[in-house]
Design a protein around this ligand. Sequence first.
Ligand code: ADP
Length: 510
Amino acid sequence: MSRSDDVAEVAGQKDEDVRPFLAAIASSSNDAIIGKDRRGKITYWNAAAERLFGYPASEIIGQSVSRIIPPDRATEEMSILDRVGSGEYLAHFETKRVTKDGRIIPVSLTLSPILGPDGAVIGISDIARDLSETQRLAEAFQQREALLRSILDSNPDGFIVIGESGIIKIFSAAAERMFGYAAAEVVGRNVSMLMPEPYSAAHDGYMQRYRDTGDRRIIGIGRVVAGLRKDGTTFPMDLQIGEATAPGERRFTGFVRDLTERENRDRRLAELQSELMHVARLSELGQMASALAHEVNQPLTAVANYLRGMRRLLNDDSPPLLRQGIEKVAEQTERARAIVQSLRSLVKKEERPRSAEDLEALVLETAALVLAGMSRRVALIQDIPADAQAVFIDRVQVQQVLLNLMRNGVEAMEGRPLQRLTVRARRVGERVEIAVADTGSGLSDEVQARLFQPFVTTKADGLGVGLSICRTIVESHGSQLTVTSVPEQGTTFLFDVPAAPGLGAQAEPL
Ligand code: ADP
């Protein structure tokens, strides 16, 4: 059978005129075209096959196709001959071939049966495309992609690529850490899932507008936006968006930097600074307090002496009210001396004795002191559950804190329609959290910023040292005094103290 006969039969045409055309096409094809019979004997070999495998047609026609098959692919070829021999068509089958000089090359084969006039398979046509270049390109591409990936993945900034309609295409390792999603969970979904409302809902609109008008709101500029993690929490992030100008669909690249870290660092610095200032303040305060204690101690000692004298003058005929009054004055004088004493030991950083105390009784007593002589309009709400009652504290100091906070609260509510002072306690593990809340004026930003510094006051007769002393005392009990305030609605101060060992635990077994 001649070569042109084969070609004509492949085309299924008997027209003699077609043959030279087909022969020309086959011989000028860039793909190697090989004809073989059902047993694998080569019957046709075009110019591209000569170039690819290195055998001239004259040398290989009539030889077995196994000449170009690597030994480890022999069984594969047998099964191909079998399948195509029985009429099957195989397209783009990737395998390896061996050249005359022994090089192994990757090829893509398309195999079809050649049918005789009666429809029986008389041979097989084998179109082989050299994949060396494609494979080299693919490998080079893969290498570049791996390099890019490793650069992106080792970058602490997250990297996200989205398509024109906002669909996520690439999600780097850092982005996974930042948002708490695995790449597989987000790739293919809309990037708006990474933003909280209302940005999420508006995002498609932004993208649409950019596509329609080219109006750049954020591209190439970058700004701080909110990110939404998988767990529903949000975080501030710095977002830089670029636009990839490769052919095909537009791609937007985004670098995201989690600012929580930076904010934490800034906050930590501020804390350290304020701790330092606090120490400085304490020594200032300390100097003032010891001077004050010294000054106040003298008149107090005198008052105590006079009282002793007056008590001696009292007899059975003295009016009971006078007797009671003098007793009260004596009690309060004792209290004043104890406070002065505690101020001094605070300054000296003396370890003051701690004891188990009943918080409810302490609050009641303090409320009595605060509300004495105040307008009756103040409603006191005391909410101290059984398991929060026993506390292990320096009684005088903690009472001082409660007194300051409650008095400030009452003063802030003066003249207001709703005057409610709430003291709430709550057991939290080994500690008791205490909140003092009022329905007063709230704090101005200016006051709040410097609230715990000494000598900050808005009161005509205020000293402005109450809260800074409270803070010192709360810290010496291992806590922080914090405040939340809503203007025109009220202010809440919060701190905690150790629970008394053994007592509260009964109410809340661990
Ligand atoms: P003083 O009461 O002597 O002014 P403080 O240190 O106790 O000093 O308080 C400082 C300032 O903080 C007060 O003057 C007041 O402006 C503000 N403040 C404290 N507590 C409250 C509160 N509960 N509501 C509103 N403002 C408050």
